[in-house]
Design a protein around this ligand. Structure first.
Ligand SMILES: [Ca+2]
Ligand SMILES: [Ca+2]
Length: 109
């Protein structure tokens, strides 16, 4: 097995205030069972440093970030984390995080 490391960073706001507590997840699509990981965020912050792996023949991850939210509307912040942000070592991942920046959720409604 061959690991792919990645770092995801960012911050979510609702009307300028960091969201106090929220549940978010990553999904890594696999042929059989998708790898779903759920996280609890606080103070609007998303910050993980982790790795996953794919099958025996294809090492690249089909990786998605999902942050469901309620801020004016009920919706979901979604991103694909592409192979530009998947690395063989943790050090490389830390040097090039997937940073989605600061997102004002009400603007997504
Ligand atoms: Ca996969
Ligand atoms: Ca996987």
């Amino acid at each position: 097995m061959h690991e792919k490391h990645y770092v995801i960073l960012g911050k979510i706001l609702c009307h300028g205030q960091p969201v106090p507590q929220f549940i978010w997840k990553t999904i890594e699509r696999d042929d059989n069972d998708d790898d779903v990981r759920e996280y609890t965020g606080t103070d609007g912050l998303v910050n993980i440093n982790t790795f996953d792996w794919d099958g025996f023949f294809n090492y690249d991850l089909e990786l998605e970030l999902h942050i469901p939210f309620e801020c004016d509307c009920k919706s979901e912040f979604f991103r694909n984390i592409g192979t530009d942000y998947q690395f063989d070592t943790q050090r490389e991942a830390q040097a090039k995080p997937y940073d989605f920046g600061v997102i004002e959720l009400s603007s997504l409604c």
